[in-house]
Design a protein around this ligand. Structure first.
Ligand code: PLP
Length: 400
């Protein structure tokens, strides 16, 4: 009989994937399901980036590259960190992998031993907890309250730190809450870390370019250079440049950590795709004007979704600062009954009801470690968002 490795443990197919599979099945039956679950921009990769990739193929950039990024790719990342974040990372302080996800995986595999703890700010991207588990570590979720804008309370962070804490993983703007840390909020977190020199910081900046209302994006090392020797600044091209399929993520960090991460990558995937690296160089160093227009489009959708949700009795939604997600509170519908007489006892029940009764696929907050909430990805056309909101309103109105 088949036996799973204990390292995989109880990690199952995520609830998110199950919802996706159910939505796909309903679609095959001919139902007009609107899926608002995807974590990817609905825009296309910019033309100049595609052209750079085509050129790279023609020029024969089709072979193995240096393990963790070509010199040109590392130079592009170094230039990006300097230009956009005011950070000085040398080539040997930079690593490039197949997506920010591989960067996170490399970092945890390279640093965690059994019993080592990683503090996650809940709600958190589900992969964080699973990657920590596969790496043999222990995820320690700390709930970020809605009243605190879904940001980590410095006192709660301090209380969660133990001698076994290796990392704090912070994601701003956040998937799934859209919450972002401004300078003041981030400084308060960093002040706690300064008091605990054994705790390293993993900053997941992947949604950097998606902040709204004129908010300035800030990252940790920029505010607190003294933390540079224990911070990994993670980023990638997936979300900013609509390049999810190209699989390029990167990070800047201390030399010894970067070298240890290269060991993990060397025995898994080797170099990230050569053609994708050429494309990412163009994305990071070419014209950046595509970003502002897309940011404005996302902001308009966010405003529409937040307003639409708040107009529904039983649902409330704070205005997120960034990313392309809303994280709405559905406490007001818990305890109600569907027209079929089924009780809505949890946010998962509510999301199942929305899929079955309203043909709208969204993800319950419990998937991300806090309930009762649900996440909408507004990386979808304004028309489909309007239609989804109307359907959710109707479905909620049918509850008793
Ligand atoms: N970090 C967060 C918070 C994400 O939401 C995602 C993708 O959904 C990633 C990292 C990974 O992105 P990629 O591996 O495509 O670079």
């Amino acid at each position: 009989p088949f036996r799973r490795a204990t390292r995989i443990g109880a990690i199952g197919v995520s609830e998110i994937l199950k919802i996706g599979a159910r939505a796909a099945a309903l679609r095959r039956e001919g139902r007009p399901v609107i899926v608002l679950g995807a974590g990817e921009p609905d825009f296309d990769t910019p033309e100049n980036v595609k052209e750079a990739a085509i050129r790279a193929i023609r020029d024969g950039e089709t072979k193995y590259t240096i393990l963790d990024g070509t010199p040109a790719m590392k130079a592009a990342v170094s230039e990006k960190f300097r230009r956009e974040n005011g950070l000085a990372y040398a080539p040997d302080e930079i690593t490039v992998g197949a997506g920010a996800k591989q960067i996170l995986y490399n970092a945890f595999m390279a640093t965690l031993d059994a019993g080592d703890e990683v503090i996650l700010a809940a709600p958190y991207w589900t992969s964080y907890a699973d990657i920590v588990a596969i790496s043999g570590g222990t995820a320690v979720p700390v709930v970020c309250r809605e009243e605190n804008g879904f940001r980590l309370d410095p006192a709660d962070l301090e209380a969660a730190i133990t001698p076994k804490t290796r990392w704090l993983l912070l994601n701003s703007p956040s998937n799934p809450s859209g919450a972002a840390y401004g300078e003041q909020a981030l400084r308060a977190i960093l002040a706690v870390l300064k008091r605990h020199p054994h705790v390293w910081l993993m900053m997941d900046d992947i949604y950097e370019h998606l902040v709204y209302d004129g908010m300035d994006f800030v990252t940790a090392v920029q505010l607190e250079p003294s933390l540079k020797d224990r911070t990994l600044t993670v980023n990638g091209v997936s979300k900013a440049y609509a390049m999810t399929g190209w699989r390029i993520g990167y990070a800047g960090g201390p030399k010894a950590l970067i070298a240890a991460m290269a060991v993990v990558q060397s025995q898994s995937t080797s170099n990230p795709c050569s053609v994708s690296q050429a494309a990412a160089i163009e994305a990071l160093t070419g014209p950046q004007d595509v970003l502002a227009g897309r940011r404005a489009a996302f902001a308009a959708r966010r405003d529409r979704v937040v307003a639409g949700l708040n107009a529904i009795e039983g649902i409330t939604c704070r205005t997120p600062e960034g990313a392309f997600y809303t994280f709405a509170n559905c406490a007001g519908v818990i305890g109600r009954r569907t027209p079929q007489g089924e009780a809505i006892a949890t946010d998962s029940d509510f999301c199942r009801y929305l899929l079955d009764a309203a043909d709208v696929a969204v993800v319950p907050g419990s998937c991300f470690g806090v309930a009762p909430y649900f996440r909408i990805s507004y990386a979808a056309s304004m028309d489909s968002l309007e239609e989804a909101l109307a359907r959710i309103a109707k479905a909620c109105g049918a509850l008793s």
